[in-house]
Ligand binder design. Structure first.
Ligand SMILES: [Zn+2]
Length: 556
């Protein structure tokens, strides 16, 4: 079931740069004129040419000259016939012009606008590939220049050795058009040239586990109170700030796994060019059981709640109930489905390792998501919950804190990704040690963090596919790359950490044109000082961040 998902999401990505052409034909466009009696006449408006005005002018002159209508009899017959013929021709021309306007002339053109008699703004035409990408482009997008990155040490995200002395050309649509030895690409007129002086150039980084609408809370009750007080507008605005912090940190794509319906507003504002931020795949509300990890009303007196959360907020029970919850998140624009297969650390009253969704419910969720060509990401700490989720057919295990050899073997066999979130494990463990968590959460954090590190090492050594995911939102956005340093500290090679944040993560997301720097891929890249293959932490301070060929950060 992964192929249709990959295709759908790849087209979503490609559609994100739609409408880069001018919205209307320029005024001096030769198409904006017509030839009549061997001369080129300016077109006054669609379907109306200068000769159109000649008939009434001619009639007016004749009337002025000959006075009253009865005097028209003195007009020579051949001149009267000429006037009538010209008038008839004009009627025929007008009908033809209206027909051309209605059907769109020159339908063989590559663009729906090219050569059309009546120019239509491209925003109204769209790409036909996806609904969400048809949003209006900004003026900046309309005037995006080509970009030449000169003198790169290229780490292309494929796992190959770095190549020095490379130039990359990104075209005006944000696609990589050429990668050649330095100085050999003809620089197109008007292209912006950035000489990176031999620094390392990598694909824009990918974080497969974020919560852009969330920020760290001092405690679980504080998180719940904030959640209950805020509206979707508050969350969307916070998400806008966090999206910029994430992009500035070099992450050009994220998978937002568990938020609210404001996810869609944020994703679409970024696609539409109204906000700077990473390309987002969204899950909307995570799906879980009543009283489970995803139920933010746990331990709150129901008298204080306006309502118990239901399928609209991802809380559902039984196979039919969870199917309805999946359908609702997809109806509201979800690109993937996130489930809570087990308890969690920061939620109250649930064992961190306890299975929550039943195998039957998990199978129903995966089936429903696959029908809609969506992947499923499963939050899972305990071993039984992980196994249930893997057997149900989820595409990734998030956290995966308690893995054993049989489970790891099963994940490898089925191609299930692990998104280990090792850095947040350490953050929460330190918060517990400093007395910042509730006694319940502190106990769970201290118990689970060492197991999470061991499980990551077991999975990595066993060859399970690993995608980078930070859980940013539990810690400040912008610190996303610390996950890479943590994985390297636990034994992963810097090269594999880079793969986890580039081509491997792109594979999990099902986006076929990001995660590598190669011709035809999106123009997403970062430039860092130093060699990330020697010191992975240099990725925490990118000097240049480019997404879809547009420069967002330039500090060199
Ligand atoms: Zn999370």
């Amino acid at each position: 079931m992964s192929e249709p998902v990959a295709d759908r999401q790849a087209s979503l990505n490609a559609g994100s740069t739609a409408s880069l052409r001018p919205a209307t034909a320029p005024r001096d466009d030769p198409e904006d004129a017509c030839t009549w009696f061997g001369r080129t006449w300016p077109r006054l408006s669609a379907g109306t040419t200068t000769p159109s005005v000649l008939v009434p002018v001619l009639v007016l002159v004749l009337r002025l000259f000959f006075g009253h209508r009865q005097d028209m009899r003195v007009v020579p017959r051949h001149l009267q016939r000429l006037v009538r013929s010209v008038a008839l021709c004009q009627v025929v021309l007008a009908v033809l012009a209206i027909g051309a306007c209605t059907t769109g002339a020159k339908s063989e053109s590559s663009s729906p606008n090219e050569g059309a008699v009546c120019p239509v703004p491209d925003q109204l035409v769209g790409t036909g590939e996806t609904g969400v990408s048809d949003l209006p482009a900004t003026m900046d997008d309309l005037h995006q220049a080509q970009l030449l990155i000169r003198g790169a040490r290229l780490i292309d995200g494929s796992g190959g050795d770095p190549v020095v002395g490379v130039d990359l050309l990104i075209d005006a649509r944000g696609t990589i058009a050429a990668i050649e030895a330095s100085g050999t690409i003809d620089i197109p007129a008007g292209a912006e040239v950035i000489d990176v002086g031999g620094r390392s150039v990598l694909p824009g980084l990918i974080d497969a586990h974020t919560h852009l609408l969330s920020e760290p809370a001092g405690s679980y009750p504080e998180l719940v109170v904030r959640t209950r007080h805020e509206g979707e507008a508050d969350r969307a605005l916070r998400g806008a700030a966090n999206a910029w912090a994430t992009l500035r940190a070099g992450f050009t794509t994220v998978r937002n796994v568990g938020g609210t319906l404001a996810d869609r507003a944020l994703r679409d504002a970024i696609i539409g060019g109204r906000l700077p931020g990473p390309r987002m795949l969204i899950a909307n509300f995570a799906i879980g059981i009543t009283g489970g990890h995803c139920d933010l009303s746990n331990s709150i007196n129901p008298e204080k709640l306006s309502h118990d959360p239901d399928f609209r907020e991802g809380i559902a029970d039984g196979p039919d109930g969870v199917r309805r919850a999946v359908r609702y998140q997809i109806k509201q624009g979800a690109d993937l489905i996130k489930v809570c297969a087990t308890g969690g650390v920061l939620s109250q009253g649930d064992g961190v390792g306890a299975p929550q969704l039943t195998p039957e419910e998990l199978r129903a969720i995966v089936d429903e998501a696959n029908r809609a060509e969506r992947k499923v990401a499963a939050h899972a700490h305990g071993n039984q919950g992980i196994r249930d989720a893997v057997e149900a057919g989820v595409h990734s295990i998030e956290h995966g804190s308690v893995l054993d050899r049989p489970t790891v073997a099963q994940m490898r066999r089925r191609g299930v990704f692990l998104v280990p979130t090792t850095y947040v494990g350490r953050v929460v463990e330190e918060a517990a040690n400093r007395g910042l968590l509730s006694p319940d959460s502190a106990e769970k954090a201290k118990a689970i963090a060492p197991k999470m590190r061991e499980s990551f090492q077991l999975a990595y050594k066993s060859g399970v596919k690993i995608a980078n995911g930070s859980d940013a939102g539990v810690f400040p956005h912008g610190d996303n790359a610390r996950e890479l340093a943590e994985m390297v500290a636990l034994g992963m090679t810097p090269k594999d950490a880079i793969l986890a944040a580039t081509s491997r993560a792109a594979e999990l997301l099902g986006l076929a044109d990001i995660g590598q720097l190669a011709v035809g891929f999106r123009g997403d890249l970062i430039v860092v000082d130093g060699d990330p293959l020697q010191d992975i932490s240099v990725l925490e301070a990118p000097m240049l961040v480019v997404k879809d060929g547009r420069v967002y950060v330039r500090e060199l």
